[in-house]
Design a protein. Structure first.
Lengths: 311, 339
């Protein structure tokens, strides 16, 4: 690549950085999003969960959390001042375990969503740009993946990976399950962008395919991608927990919400030990709600038609 | 009206998808670790016995031969015999036994979801930005955020453990033998056919909690889609025209708005039905209902491959059929789509 292009890139980056705050506050999308109280509530929930997750990761000792505390703590104790979320069947306090669950949910959720976004965006853009055979091969494959109910496909895929991978096999399976959704959304958006004259102009100027796709098509598809990612985040967290709940995710003893819920159902339900199910499930639902509130707010902010009043 | 040509075209388009689906299932199972012959024979079986089983299952044939045979068998819904769960029973038979259980649950759940979701969505759209609208929207968002495997246990704890109003698990009281009166496999229907009122009441009481858990989730999805779709339709010119010619607000919404707003809602109901089939795995686990969902989980855990193949393909087939139904309903609601 010539020096000239590099210089242009740098100045462009500089301009981007300098004006970032100004541009954000001036953006009608951001101001609309910030005036939506439900979206703000969503952001607040997500921030709180991220803080809890980081706190758990940095200040809690995973070994202590997973070790049996029989003899030290009361067994199956109901929530009290000493143990705000009660203790489980191995006398472990549930509060730090639930907090650590936030770290697992955030970490594995982020990896799943990021991986399926990257894969789906790549496939979607390539399908839209090269059309014909490439498009058909990619999109028909996506159709096949979409022909399965999502959790079911994930269950079948999880079986391919060895047990030792723990939650990572759930991540791998769900990444494959979500990729087609991103590919579809991005292909649609990219097809619209490709209609624009500036794309023809860029091609006429001799830009290589990757440059057209990454510098011109991708940035103009970012809005639908972001909305889809946010809404998918909630789904990923639920599905990861669901796979653990069914026994195809986190290894036994791991403080993941899904596993704690599975324990609560298999052992706590008939004995009336409600706190085993209640706390992990509550924070799971709250986190998912946070992402759904934000995702909904983003979609509304992008779609001004929804804001007009009806006469 | 629907033309036969349209339906035939759609049916033909299904073929490549179904072949793809079958191929994917075939590859997944061949990539999975674990040796089917060893699973059947048991860890301590002699090597010769294992070879014999391999030979009888055709595992020594080239992969293409196995693939071809699998496709031909799958097209006839032949998935061989169960290895472990119900040894020497045809997978088809096992599935035929369990499928009605899952379908019954999905149907009642979906009925609850549709009958509550559609009116709530319309109400929310017509009264946009009112208290009713806000409450419905927040309720719906909460509904899709709460996982079935949390709301289920909590409802069991409340209604079964604390209040003692409803049974905790299963399809019917253990006192009754449903198999003896089996006709359709749907327990609420079979008990009615048998004319046994007490059994019917027991079946319904067992259905209430699991169907409600599923129903709340699907109600949330349906009411969200109904609302946004109705909001879009309400702004159309033909709605204004109908009002301008003096038609009442209610009739306009229900007569002109409803039909047009239903198109995207039907997609959601279709997709949601697939979700219900997947979600059945969770609901059945929570409520200890022995349907096709719990069957699949068990089969994956013990390595009963014929069952896994049969179950996954049946689910995908059902899902694809529902989607076909959605496409056809589209063309009834909006004949322009056919072109």
């Amino acid at each position: 690549m010539s020096t000239e292009t590099t210089t242009t890139n740098e100045t462009a980056a500089d301009v981007n950085q300098r004006g970032l705050i100004d541009r954000l506050t001036a953006s009608p999308f951001v101001s609309r999003l910030l005036s939506n109280r439900l979206a703000l509530a969503g952001i607040a929930i997500i921030v709180a969960m991220v803080v809890a997750a980081l706190y758990a990761r940095l200040f809690l000792d995973l070994e202590v959390i997973t070790q049996s505390q029989l003899g030290t703590n009361p067994n199956r104790a109901a929530p009290s001042l000493d143990f705000p979320f009660g203790t489980d069947g191995q006398a472990r306090s549930l509060l730090p375990r639930v907090a650590y669950g936030a770290w697992y949910a955030m970490l594995f959720g982020t990896v799943t969503v990021a991986a399926s976004t990257v894969l789906g965006v790549g496939l979607g853009i390539v399908a839209a740009y090269y059309s014909d055979v490439t498009d058909n091969v990619i999109m028909r494959t996506m159709d096949v993946l979409l022909a399965f109910p999502s959790l079911l496909l994930a269950l079948a895929l999880v079986a391919i990976f060895p047990d030792e991978l723990g939650l990572w096999r759930a991540v791998a399976a769900l990444t494959l399950v979500y990729t087609p959704r991103f590919a579809r959304v991005v292909r649609g958006a990219a097809l619209t962008v490709l209609e624009n004259e500036y794309i023809d102009a860029t091609v006429a100027l001799g830009a290589a395919d990757p440059r057209v796709l990454i510098r011109h098509v991708l940035p103009n598809c970012l809005a639908p991608i972001t909305v889809q990612s946010t809404l998918n985040f909630g789904l990923a967290i639920i599905d990861l927990a669901a796979l653990s709940f069914l026994g195809f995710g986190a290894e036994a003893g791991t403080p993941s919400w899904g596993l704690m819920l599975s324990n609560g159902v298999s052992q706590g339900l008939l004995t009336g030990v409600w706190w085993w199910s209640f706390f992990p499930g509550f924070f799971l639902a709250l986190t998912v709600l946070g992402f759904n509130l934000l995702g909904d707010g983003m979609r509304d902010a992008l779609d001004p038609r929804m804001r007009e009043a009806v006469d | 009206m629907i033309s036969t040509r349209f339906v035939l075209k759609r049916l033909l388009l299904l073929v490549p998808v179904l072949v793809g689906v079958a191929s994917l299932v075939f590859s997944i199972l061949h990539l999975s670790p674990g040796d089917p012959a060893l699973t059947i024979a048991g860890e301590r079986a002699s090597e010769e016995f294992v070879r014999q089983i391999e030979e009888s299952l055709g595992l020594n044939d080239p992969i293409w031969v196995q693939y071809g045979r699998f496709l031909v068998d799958a097209a006839q819904f032949q998935f061989g015999e169960s290895f472990i769960i119900q040894r020497n029973t045809a997978v088809r038979e096992v599935l035929a036994n369990k499928l009605p259980v899952t379908l019954e649950l999905a149907i009642y759940g979906q009925l609850i979801g549709i009958s509550l979701g559609i009116p709530l969505g319309i109400l929310s759209a017509v009264k946009q930005d009112s208290i009713t609208d806000h409450l419905t929207r927040i309720g719906a968002l909460a509904g899709i955020s709460v996982p079935i495997f949390w709301s289920g246990p909590l409802l069991i704890l409340l209604f079964a453990q604390v209040l003692g109003w409803l049974p905790t698990s299963g399809r019917i009281s253990v006192l009754y033998n449903v198999e003896a009166i089996r006709v359709t496999g749907l327990v609420t229907v079979d008990t009615l056919i048998a004319g046994n009122w007490e059994m019917f009441v027991s079946a319904v009481r067992h259905m209430i909690l699991p169907a409600s858990v599923i129903g709340v989730y699907s109600m949330a999805l349906i009411s969200r889609m109904m609302r946004s779709s109705m909001l879009e339709v309400i702004r159309q010119d033909y709605m204004r025209t109908a009002r301008a010619k003096g038609q009442g607000a209610k009739i306009t919404v229900l007569k002109h708005g409803f039909r047009n707003a239903m198109i995207p809602v039907i997609t959601v109901i279709g997709i949601q039905f697939g979700g219900l089939l997947g979600g059945a795995v969770l609901t059945e686990t929570v409520f200890a209902i022995g349907g096709i969902g719990t069957l699949l989980v068990e089969a994956i855990k013990v390595g009963d491959y014929p069952i896994v193949q049969g179950t996954v393909l049946t689910f995908a087939f059902l899902f694809t059929l529902v989607n076909l139904g959605v496409d056809i309903t589209y063309s009834v609601l909006d004949p322009r789509i056919e072109q």
